[in-house]
Design a protein around this ligand. Structure first.
Ligand code: ADP
Length: 532
């Protein structure tokens, strides 16, 4: 027997309709790469979205088709998101910083039919075009060129379009994550998962969003949907401020000029903003909260912001978890705590909102107690947690009980606070983005004179981690660090190149002959890179 409530699926189009109807005048501001600023609002974004849906239908796009965006944060990107999912399409956001091979792989794997891109990325697209097997239409988001522009396409439509309806579990977004090894893997978001994630995200113990909030997402829209903020802000009717460039001065000016109350980004972006403020005026304007995630928020950063009266919401998550997994909620006795006690709490990764469950398990899969000491693999499950990568032959990546192994190592404290203590996956996280240590090593062993190579992430004050490449030379080889870096230059993305190459006599191995990464990470824990 069904209950007595209406059958109203949770779809992305309901979010934008709500924002346009109830908060239509709330502004959406874009600071473009050329320095100009444009202003729209939720009603304007909804109008553009409907027109873009019409344009996509005219191009022959159908429900389920993947439409890729290769773009920074701006209002056209936002309208395109809602337009694509509104016509039943799947928004495939692409990280433009990936290496050419990865870009080609993911666009072909996703079978993208349309590619929208920023003028600034035109040279990259020109270099890839011949290798893209499924893209039929190219659209420029801004500027002018050899392709139709987003504005031309939307201006040609009247906006008289009914959103395509369907099941709430249909897909609406796709984001590839280039984790440890092998090809990048696609995480396919659903209307329902994005909607309930958005509702959760705005809550008081989470990002505390309301119609008076002004959100500047510094986290890119290609990074786990800008952590879901473009959906959460439409639910709450918050003003949004976008910047197509990530520059400390530009971002700081936006904070002051637009009355930004909330912002979100990886630790690295805050360092850039601090640097600018230190050289100019230290003024946080109306900033109340910054969300820091993607890598552990450093204590000094938390202290600086909290001293200035800005609450740091330290969050943990993954592309696979949409991305919110845990959030740094304030405990009920918050006001009675000392400053240091508060900072101690914020340094940890926080607690789960309703919907998410976490546990830590030992190597045999036994659940460990929540005692703040027993450290194990962190598992997560819930309605916005992945259960299978997109078009992945290996099938489901969770067990019968739906637990997803995050590759992080953590403890859970008695009050439910999770604290990341290590990482089991073999990756380096630089400025919030992945460098695959295994791919770096595989490339390095191709270099003449190299017998064995291991890449480890070493602490860096600006990027959080940077790669240190350890090399065992072949007998008698005459090889310098520069030779290795030169060799790698056309094999990996520029920002993947190791900060340092260190020659060692031997590397530690496991019983099965694999390089013992954990031992190396321990050994080089306090290593100081010359670039640091
Ligand atoms: P995102 O950076 O959006 O959270 P990714 O999928 O790129 O998502 O990376 C997820 C991984 O980043 C996590 O599994 C974890 O290793 C690391 N990570 C994310 N947030 C934190 C955090 N607050 N503290 C420590 N590590 C984190």
């Amino acid at each position: 027997m069904l209950g007595g409530m209406q059958d109203a699926p949770l779809r992305i189009s309901n979010i934008i309709d709500h924002a346009a109807r109830e908060h239509g005048a709330r502004e959406i501001v874009t600071r473009w790469a050329d320095g100009s600023t444009t202003r729209s609002n939720w009603a304007g974004i909804a109008g553009d979205a409907r027109k873009f849906s019409q344009a996509l239908e005219k191009l022959g796009m159908k429900k389920g088709d993947r439409i890729a965006t290769f773009a920074m944060n701006h209002g056209h990107h936002l309208a395109a998101w809602y337009g694509i999912s509104g016509m039943g399409g799947v928004v495939h956001t692409i990280n433009p910083r990936l290496f050419e091979e990865q870009l080609v792989y993911i666009m072909n794997h996703a079978e993208d039919r349309v590619l929208l891109f920023d003028k600034a990325f035109e040279p990259i697209i020109a270099g890839l075009k011949d290798q893209l097997k499924t893209v039929e239409h190219y659209i420029l988001f801004d500027g002018e060129g050899d392709y139709p522009t987003f504005r031309e396409l939307t201006d040609a439509e009247d906006g008289n379009f009914d959103w395509v309806e369907g099941d709430e579990r249909e897909p609406c977004g796709l984001c590839y994550t280039s984790g440890t090894t092998g090809n990048p893997k696609g995480v396919l978001y659903e209307h329902r998962s994005n909607v309930i994630h958005a509702i959760t995200e705005g809550q008081p113990d989470a990002m505390n969003l309301s119609q008076s909030s002004v959100m500047l997402p510094i986290v890119p829209m290609f990074h786990a949907n800008a952590w879901g903020l473009p959906f959460a802000c439409a639910v709450t009717g918050s003003k949004m401020v976008f910047s197509a460039v990530n520059d400390g001065e530009v971002l700081h000016n936006l904070v002051l000029d637009e009355g930004v109350t909330h912002s979100a980004g990886v630790p690295t972006v805050w360092l850039a903003m601090f640097q600018h403020m230190d050289a100019n005026t230290v003024d946080y304007g109306k900033l109340e909260m910054v969300v820091i995630g993607g890598s552990a928020a450093p204590r000094a950063m938390i202290e600086r912001l909290m001293k200035a009266g800005v609450y740091v919401l330290h969050a943990w998550g993954m592309t696979e978890t949409s991305p919110i997994g845990t959030i740094g909620m304030r405990p009920p006795n918050w006001d009675d705590l000392s400053f240091d006690q508060k900072v101690d709490i914020i340094c940890k990764q926080g607690r789960t909102p309703f919907g998410i469950e976490i546990r830590v398990v030992d190597d045999d899969g036994n659940e460990l107690p929540r005692d703040g000491e027993s450290s194990g693999s962190l598992h997560v499950r819930g309605p916005w947690v992945l259960d299978q990568y997109f078009q992945d032959e290996s099938g489901k990546c969770v067990g019968d009980d739906n637990w997803f192994d995050t590759g992080d190592v953590a403890v859970i404290h008695p009050d439910g606070t999770m604290q990341i203590t290590d990482r089991a996956k073999d990756v380096i996280k630089s400025g919030g983005e992945w460098i695959s240590s295994i791919e770096l090593e595989n490339a390095a062993v191709g270099c003449p004179g190299v017998a064995e190579a291991a890449a480890v992430g070493v602490y860096h004050p600006k990027w959080d981690e940077r790669p240190l490449l350890l090399i065992v030379k072949k007998d008698g080889a005459d090889l310098s660090g520069e030779d290795v870096v030169d060799y790698l230059k056309d094999k990996v993305a520029k920002w993947w190149l190791p900060d340092e190459v260190k020659f060692v006599g031997e590397l530690p191995h496991t019983a099965t002959g694999k390089i013992l990464k954990r031992a190396l990470r321990d050994e080089y824990k306090d290593y100081r890179l010359e670039t640091a």
